[in-house]
Design a protein around this ligand. Structure first.
Ligand SMILES: N[C@@H](CCC(=O)N[C@@H](CS)C(=O)NCC(=O)O)C(=O)O
Length: 227
């Protein structure tokens, strides 16, 4: 099955990381793939463009079936290969509701408050153009959001949506790993710290850590001292 799958991906891309975790968890670790180099514009190459006219990664194929969009790929893999490997979305309706809620909370709130409002803002706004009160507001909102997730983990004492690893963890972990790489120090959020350390050792997450993270230090760390 895995030999019929093909993924175009980029190192450090959160949208790519999510389906890569699912592929590992489902036992499809041998899928064919191409690591694209953004600086060489390989995501705009003919091979990607003909499958994904947006010229973005992840771009995924399962046999003749093309699925793009990270969340769609995760959904497709879990619903098509329900009985393979780790069950990531439970059948029980109460458990499923919790997993779906946490997945979508991560996808909207963490993405907005961490990536868009803070990291992209700090990367894209020159220091002299930043207003101190705006920066404080964004950092406070991020702190509040992280504390919310600290509370969730205080309730479950395990994974995000309960005692088992689920799609909620697939959606959330890459953000927290990226935040740590961007300088976030988790010492003041002990549940998140324990969660991060535990998940970082999980085989599917070990296998999918962005390769360039192992070789290069980040160019800047805008989240240092935020907590
Ligand atoms: N909504 C898409 C976003 C994919 C995306 O933005 N991919 C980035 C890499 S993280 C990309 O390919 N950027 C190149 C471009 O948009 O030209 C998804 O979730 O899959």
């Amino acid at each position: 099955m895995a030999e019929n799958m093909f993924l175009y991906w980029g190192s450090g891309s959160i949208p790519c990381w999510k389906p890569m975790i699912v592929l590992e968890e489902k036992g499809f670790g041998g899928y064919k793939n191409k690591l694209i180099t953004f600086s060489k514009k390989e995501h705009k190459g003919e091979d990607v463009m003909k499958l994904n006219p947006r010229g973005q990664v992840p771009t995924f194929k399962d046999g003749d079936i093309v699925v793009n969009e990270s969340n769609a790929i995760c959904d497709y893999l879990e619903s098509t290969y329900k009985d393979k490997g780790t069950k990531l979305i439970p059948d029980d309706k109460a458990k499923r509701a919790k997993v779906l809620q946490r997945m979508h909370e991560a996808n909207s709130n963490i993405q907005q408050k961490l990536l868009v409002d803070v990291i992209y803002y700090m990367w894209q706004t020159k220091e002299e153009d930043r207003k101190e009160e705006d920066v404080k507001k964004k950092m406070d909102a991020l702190k509040e959001e992280l504390n919310r997730w600290e509370g969730y983990l205080g309730e479950t004492k395990a994974f995000l949506a309960g005692p088992e690893f689920s799609m909620a963890d697939v959606y959330f972990y890459p953000y927290i790993a990226f935040a740590v790489r961007m300088g976030l120090e988790l010492e003041k959020l002990p549940n998140l710290k324990a969660y991060f350390d535990k998940l970082s050792a999980r085989p599917s997450l070990q296998a999918t850590q962005p390769p360039h993270w192992k070789e290069e230090e980040p160019k800047n760390t805008p989240l240092k001292g935020v907590l």
